[in-house]
Design a protein around this ligand. Structure first.
Ligand code: NDP
Length: 247
């Protein structure tokens, strides 16, 4: 089965590197026009990669926790491409600390990007999708939102929050043929996990039945499936891409 996203327009947040970058490349490879966002101008290089490969891409700077910036991205997408079919809420950060030592700033920053960012971007695309009577909203949670992890109460709360948010919204918009799903990656080899010591990585890897870290490609393939027509009857679900580390 080849997944065909020709004619579709997708917005991917946090697309300058890691999972977001690969998701943009994979969706573009399947034929989608991709709008890539990140805080600075780093997504421009990824947009150039898409264009060089014959795809259509636009990079826009926006912090997902800034409602005005998010609105500008969605307005620009609608103006430039006349539609918006797929939103991938991928932008995310960690500020790990044991709860007793966690600063209020560490809590607020993670909630603002991971959870409020998901709320703002989703709310901003909804009008267009409701009008179109179709749409795909896919948010990146984490195995940590399902299983918990010491030192990540802030991160786990946001990633579990994304699951509840998506299940509730799936019920709100199903009658308009908009699906809302979650991808929950395990340990994926990106900048976010590169700081983990090699001992800790070995420990983690030994807990992964498939015996290796995941790749951005592993996650992007799941997103591409959920964005495609093949997943039209799937909504309110969490697709774990974790090598079996949590089932
Ligand atoms: P990276 O740190 O490699 O990339 C994060 C991306 O998010 C960057 O493009 C960054 O762009 C962007 N970003 C961060 N903050 C903001 C913001 N406020 N507004 C807009 N963009 C922002 O992370 P990964 O690729 O590893 O992670 C992607 C998603 O997957 C995250 O939600 C993460 O929680 C989740 N995840 C990752 C796992 C892993 O093991 N790597 C496991 C499970 C889930 P810039 O800095 O240029 O703004």
């Amino acid at each position: 089965m080849r997944l065909d996203l020709s004619g579709k327009v997708a917005v991917i947040t946090g697309a300058s590197r890691g999972i977001g970058r690969q998701t943009a490349l994979t969706l573009a490879g399947a034929g989608a026009t991709v709008v890539l966002t990140s805080r600075g101008d780093a997504a421009e290089a990824v947009a150039a990669e898409v264009t060089a490969a014959g795809g259509q891409a636009l990079a826009l700077a926006a912090d997902v926790s800034d409602a005005e910036a998010v609105k500008r991205v969605i307005d620009t997408t609608n103006e430039r491409f006349g539609r918006l079919d797929i939103l991938v809420n991928n932008a995310g950060i960690t500020r790990d600390q044991l709860l007793l030592r966690m600063k209020r700033d560490d809590w607020d920053a993670v909630v603002a990007t991971n959870l409020t960012g998901t709320f703002l971007c989703t709310q901003a695309v909804l009008k267009t999708m409701l009008k179109q009577r179709s749409g795909r909203i896919i948010s990146i949670s984490s195995v940590v939102g399902q299983s918990g992890n010491p030192g990540q109460t802030n991160y786990a709360a946001t990633k579990a929050g994304i699951i509840g948010f998506s299940k509730a919204l799936a019920r709100e918009v199903a009658s308009r043929s908009i699906t809302v799903n979650v991808v929950a990656p395990g340990l994926i080899d990106t900048d976010m996990t590169r700081d983990i010591s090699s001992d800790a990585q070995k420990n983690w890897t030994s807990a992964i039945p498939l015996g290796r870290l995941g790749t951005p490609e592993d996650v992007a393939a799941a997103v591409c499936f959920l964005a495609s027509d093949a997943a039209g009857y799937i909504t309110g679900q969490v697709l774990a891409v974790n090598g079996g580390m949590y089932a």
